[in-house]
Design a protein around this ligand. Structure first.
Ligand SMILES: [Ca+2]
Ligand SMILES: [Ca+2]
Length: 270
């Protein structure tokens, strides 16, 4: 009986979706947001897509005891979805790989979010290490959503303190130009990671609707073969078929569904 109801629901929703499809079958044209860092383009993201900004520091071998940092952005172009210490991946400092528990609980603190910036502090005290040597040493991340087309600057800006005793600021870095008494010059390491999928968004318009189930119907009918498998294979059984369409419909109807529908997927978090 339960299965029958489910099938009836599916049929009803599919008919509804097909009707909507007949009215509006034109795919929306995608708009692009260019992300710059120090005014140099570093990534292009489609409007509606989410992406992660990973930031860190290459201290050129010098010890970093504390630092204050800001990530600045323009809220007209990007919206913050979440932020905090990196959640996965390796961070090497002084040749040691930090346990995530230490990284996440002791090193970064005092987060403060405003309309166009996020502030945080880094402190290595009680951890015993603090030299960053590799550009892959990202320790802070912000997940954004691109909300408008155009060009926008996302800047990681920080100052480093190297001694608790005299509280010396060894450098104030801005626009990648720093105190030139020390060599090599440390710099902010920033990379942009666009999402690789949005589960359930089979038609790739960054919206999860019954139209995605309709799209999968066309796929299984051989009418469309262009899709992102991460988005379309909702139940991750290796096949893109009507089961995935059913799961989308169940999800939209508020019923239990197989798959992490509505979740954004990032390679660094897999
Ligand atoms: Ca969609
Ligand atoms: Ca599937």
């Amino acid at each position: 009986m339960k299965k029958l109801l489910s099938l009836l629901l599916t049929a009803a929703l599919l008919i509804g979706a097909l009707t909507v499809c007949a009215v509006d079958s034109s795919a929306a044209e995608k708009k692009t947001l260019t992300i710059t860092n120090h005014r140099v383009p570093i990534a292009e993201v489609e409007v509606g897509n989410e992406f992660i900004v990973h930031v860190g520091l290459n201290s050129g071998g010098y010890s970093v005891n504390t630092l204050e940092a800001q990530l600045r952005y323009e809220s007209d172009y990007v919206k913050v979805v979440e932020y905090g210490p990196i959640v996965r991946g390796k961070v090497y400092m002084d040749g040691y790989s930090f346990p995530e528990s230490i990284r996440n609980t002791n090193l970064l603190s005092n987060f403060l979010k405003r309309d166009n910036l996020i502030l945080y502090n880094f402190s290595k005290y009680n951890t015993g290490v603090g030299v960053f040597n590799d550009v892959s040493e990202h320790f802070f991340r912000v997940r954004f959503k691109a909300v408008a087309a155009g060009t926008t600057e996302i800047l990681h800006y920080f100052k480093v303190l190297n001694s608790l005793e005299d509280n010396t600021v060894i450098r104030l870095i801005k626009d990648n130009i720093s105190n030139d008494q020390l060599d090599p010059i440390p710099y902010s390491a920033t990379t942009i990671e666009p999402a690789i999928g949005y589960i359930g968004d089979a038609d790739g318009d960054y919206d999860l609707t019954v139209m995605d189930a309709t799209f999968l119907q066309h796929v299984t009918a051989g009418e469309n073969s262009s899709y992102n498998t991460i988005n379309a294979d909702v139940n991750t059984d290796g096949a893109v078929d009507l089961k995935d369409a059913l799961n989308i419909l169940r999800y939209k109807a508020g019923l239990t569904a197989d798959g992490n529908l509505g979740e954004w997927v990032f390679e660094s978090e897999r």
